[in-house]
Write a protein that binds this ligand. Sequence first.
Ligand code: GLU
Length: 483
Amino acid sequence: MSAVRTRFAPSPTGFMHVGNLRTALYAWLLARSEHGKFILRIEDTDQARYVPNAVEVIYATLASAGLDHDEGPDRDGGCGPYVQSERKDLYRKYAEQLVASGDAYYCFCDKCDAPDDGETVHDAAEVCACRSMDPAEAVRRAAAGSPHVIRQKIDRSGVSTFTDTVFGEITIENKVLDDQILLKRDGMPTYNFANVVDDHLMGITHVVRGSEYLSSTPKYNLLYRAFGWEIPVYVHLPLIMGRDAEGNVSKLSKRHGSVSFENLVAEGYLPEAVVNYIALLGWSPKSDRELFTLSELAAAFKLSGLNKSPAVFDYGKLRWMNSQYIQNLPPEEFARRAKPFARVTGTPLEPAWPRIAALLQSRVEVLGECAEMIGFLRELPEFDLALFCHKKSKSDVENTRADLPEIRNVLAGLTAWTAENISLALTDFAAAREVKAGRPMWQARIAVSGRAVTPGGPGEIMEILGRTESLRRIDAALARLKS
Ligand code: GLU
């Protein structure tokens, strides 16, 4: 077999759905695992659906996900241009070739300026009168400038069968196939035509795409045959589903959660965790292993591991995987990546950020949780004095009222304000009174944080807050306890 060439052919219609990213990932993995080439092609023939900036989103997403391409609009490999609208002029000759061979025809119906991509005014059962027009007459009208589209001429008898790598043998009755538009009035090809011409001209050996294209594939095969071109290996991927609160499963959409790579990353999922997670949505290494770097995925990837049953996107699982990636980051790297999420830049907390980050790393599952988790460091939240009651450490409002003034004195007397010294002072305080160390620890921590659960203990928190702010917070608690 010739060297593997795969492509990712997104339409610039907005954000990158995780399903599209998975398609890109599998095409990339297939190319990399076979030491082949991965090509990026922008499919922008449907100008009505074009969204400005969407091409930038495609580049940014691929770069952030680590999916490098060997050829594409920005990397010529000799098959360019790699943007379909820039290839507009080359499609007519192929469409005309099909008209000449009787595999396509001119259609002059005035409602045929279909928006795009096979949506035509003729449904599958209806046959356009232009189909049976005398070819010489049709050529004459077209040459005279009569507006027309070019349609594929499909024999609706019998069945079409082809084999897909994932779904196996697929048979479709030809009567459901329509004479789809290949070339629009303005000369722009439809996706249905351009994908065949381009995949051939770009030497694509394996077409990896969503299963929604399975039903059109027989029409593409007819085109390949009419041209005498080799049909690529098809790898259609199952749908990605989502589960709602009631447990119902349907196609993954916004009501299930974030569905774009961009949004997931903006929420604080690490790109590499998202990539790892979606790699397993429809592909299995055939072992229990779940954590893979991109290059490990490329080494393990095999087409035989693809699954045809729809995969359900499990946000809980993604969250778990993300926490694993977060915990495995080098501390400085975690601090760098989490900083924008913690919103400390330009605040009094910024100098202490490396120490704060060290407390957060083992505790956050998604970076977006950082800001909320350290909110108490910015400002002491209002809290109920009942928070001083904690059974396990035997702390309550009464003993806190008695202990806290002494704890304050001990702390105020510390020469060096470090987490270690603060903790030591609290343990010594407990030892001298023969109470559990947990008691002053709890009392002090609640006084300075106002939170039952905090990242870090009282020593770490007070070190970050500094002596003045810590004592101010203890004084505030004392004032409340006294009144
Ligand atoms: N432009 C199509 C899409 O974004 C690509 C389908 C294909 O890969 O052939 O769905």
